[in-house]
Design a protein around this ligand. Structure first.
Ligand code: ZN
Length: 225
């Protein structure tokens, strides 16, 4: 399954935008993470044209993945009269998300926290708890459609899990983050040993890293500038 990317940058490399993606089907849109600059691009690129239902999955609570969500929910409710549906990752995760939206003065009637069964798309969504920073509850997303799977790692450093998925024929598309400087991300050196035809790299933390993975011929998605 192909994802449309809004941004592909790591938190501090703003040039590539906050890492986020979307999928549109008919009058529905699903956002995968909603970072600091995602709202700006949602508006500039008219992503909500002809949209009546909005769904969001947040992989974890770092600002570059959730920082734009409050304003977006307010906009959808006030300007478009659409109640955003956010995936209930877990009780503890949703509790924190609601607290964050409360602090940002988002009216509780503007959004809903929903189970994955309420995601009304042609594909299924499953979450897998992953490891990123010790304090944080983080998730990878596995999309399934007609027995074909797609992995979106989110921010993660579980390189052994990624290796398993790369070798699993059920996975057609694999979107993985990559990092070099700190250990909370997928290790660049390990990724460079993988089959580059099978993976697409995202959440790129620097210009240097971007140039290196491009030179080595790895897939980097197009994104909204
Ligand atoms: Zn993160």
């Amino acid at each position: 399954m192909k994802l449309n990317f809004i941004g592909i940058g790591g938190a501090f490399y703003t040039e590539l935008g906050c890492n986020a993606a979307y999928i549109k089907e008919e009058d529905k849109i699903l956002f995968i993470d909603y970072g600091l600059d995602t709202f700006d691009k949602t508006i500039r690129y008219n992503l909500l044209n002809n949209i009546n239902k909005i769904y969001v999955i947040i992989t974890h609570m770092h600002g570059d993945h959730v920082g734009g969500l409050a304003t977006f929910i307010q906009y959808a409710a006030i300007a478009l009269n659409i109640k955003v549906k956010i995936l209930d990752n877990s009780d503890t995760f949703s509790e924190k998300l609601i607290a964050l939206l409360d602090i940002m003065a988002v009216d509780k009637s503007f959004y809903e926290i929903v189970k994955k069964e309420e995601f009304d798309f042609s594909f299924d969504v499953n979450l897998r708890k992953t490891k990123h920073t010790p304090m944080l509850e983080c998730y990878s997303i596995i999309f399934s459609k007609n027995n074909v799977k797609t992995l979106y790692t989110g921010d993660s450093n579980e390189i052994d899990y990624l290796k398993l998925v790369v070798n699993d024929p059920k996975y057609e598309d694999i979107y993985t983050e990559i990092g070099e400087a700190i250990s909370v991300h997928m290790d660049y050196k390990e990724i460079m040993k993988m089959d580059k035809t099978k993976i697409t790299l995202m959440h790129i933390e620097s210009e240097e890293l971007y140039n290196k993975i491009k030179d080595k011929g790895f897939n980097i998605p197009e994104y909204l500038k």
